[in-house]
Design a protein around this ligand. Sequence first.
Ligand SMILES: Cc1cc2nc3c(=O)[nH]c(=O)nc-3n(C[C@H](O)[C@H](O)[C@H](O)COP(=O)(O)OP(=O)(O)OC[C@H]3O[C@@H](n4cnc5c(N)ncnc54)[C@H](O)[C@@H]3O)c2cc1C
Length: 531
Amino acid sequence: MLWSGWGDPARARELPEQVRGLLRDFLGVRAPATPAVALESVRLPPVALPEPLLGALAGVVGAAHVLTSHGARVRHTRGKSTPDLLRMRAGDGSDAPDAVVLPGSHDEVAELLRVCSAERIAVVPFGGGTSVVGGLSGVAGGAAPGGPGFAGVIALDLARLDRLLSVDEESLVASFEAGVRAPEAERLLAGRGLTLGHFPQSFEYATLGGFAAARSSGQASAGYGRFDDMVMGLTVATPSGTLDLGRAPRSAAGPDLRQLMLGSEGAFGVITSLRLRVRRAPVERRYEGWRFGTFAEGSAAVRALAQEGPLPTVLRLSDETETMIGLAKPDAIGSGGSGCLLIAGYEGGSVAGRRAEAGAVLSRMGGEPLGAEPGEAWERGRFSAPYLRDSLLAVGATVETLETAGFWSNLPRLYDAVRLALAGSLPSPLVMCHVSHVYETGASLYFTVVTAQEGDPVAQWDRAKAAANAAIVEAGGTITHHHGVGRDHRDACAAELGPAGVSVLQAVKARLDPAGILNPGVLVPPPARDI
Ligand SMILES: Cc1cc2nc3c(=O)[nH]c(=O)nc-3n(C[C@H](O)[C@H](O)[C@H](O)COP(=O)(O)OP(=O)(O)OC[C@H]3O[C@@H](n4cnc5c(N)ncnc54)[C@H](O)[C@@H]3O)c2cc1C
């Protein structure tokens, strides 16, 4: 993974001239951004953890698995939001962990949490490092790393927990360690003719534990569900003991504590393994395009599919601006069309029948079939968009995404509110949106924003993000549908949960993590007396 950007550096892309022209003429992008500093030039704070504590950590996992090198610390600094990347490009490594620690088993994780609680070392669980909400940013909302309260901070990298543990082919449940990356999980399952069906745009790098910890949702959520739908059980190491949750698909044995751990973002415990619902790998796949005159018409059609069925496996409706730019086909960016493009994908059995039935609904709702080409172009480019972000940052444009969800009846209001907030807080931004996670009762809205960098681009984006957050809260949407809370959404999440809700989170945190070492500052607001 490129430390100052996204993905495999070999896949870095030049922007087509047409897109450069668009950036220049419509967004006023003039000055290329300062190039990223060299990795060796990233400024890191000195390692705050003293030798005896590093030795205590090495006593648990072995000296070879406690890393304090410059490179290891840089690669575990923050996540992959645009502000994260802008800071890293500028050489700001101020949130770096003191050490990267790689446990090899659940028992080692549990023992590390015991040592870190006793020695007051903050612990940031680190999966694929793809958080876009400030979920990996060291110690926030209280003591600074190495400052009062903590002896230091470690990134607890789960990369060594990388095994498929078992497959129950009768129940269609596979048990994995939490550090398995998504492509490896799919590879291991493919050998048995199975799939998880979870394909977020961060697929290439993110881990199964990270998906559960942040309640991820993938591109094929219409067919396979969100990641939290797939979690049948999990094992979580906490400073107060181990939770082993999930004996049956559903249960009436009190509140479902699995739900408490899903979305807990490393603040309540470290997920060390998961039991996941898997499906038979699809024998057939077909992706295709449809055009609608307006986003409102397309949304009505998507709602009809969600409420009446049949639901395709992949469903993505771009608004007019996103369609014009061609973002649904990142490999052909800049060559969009008119109206609103809908991508519908069908996987698994009875593809022809489901396709015909869904096609009848889409036609009835005013859709025009565009054939296989747009669907196949979407499929080719389905993991390419994050690479485009690096190219845009390099030419002096900021590009970032944000998302929300709401009930169908409130979506138009939410859509308008977010667009207005972004337009009012950035210089002539290009704001694009799509719907790609749908339910009978509502859907998520996913916005992509491009703007010319002016002044300090991090401060510029922070202002826009604050305006968008406020608009989402005010318009009655949820602050996040699948990116999670982290540090960036913590206050808005608190507003959404209300004081009683926040006190429940605080109570759970205090019970499971009495020393408060787990991902401090993320998800759970500190109790009022600590503010
Ligand atoms: C380019 C890009 C595209 C993305 N596309 C999508 C998308 O399509 N859909 C989507 O849902 N998200 C998407 N994301 C967001 C991100 O990939 C998800 O939030 C993902 O779930 C994070 O997984 P990870 O393994 O990288 O976790 P990390 O980023 O390493 O961690 C995420 C959070 O979970 C905690 N954590 C990680 N592992 C564990 C564990 N084992 N136990 C306890 N806590 C843990 C971390 O401390 C952190 O707070 C995208 C991000 C990027 C950068």
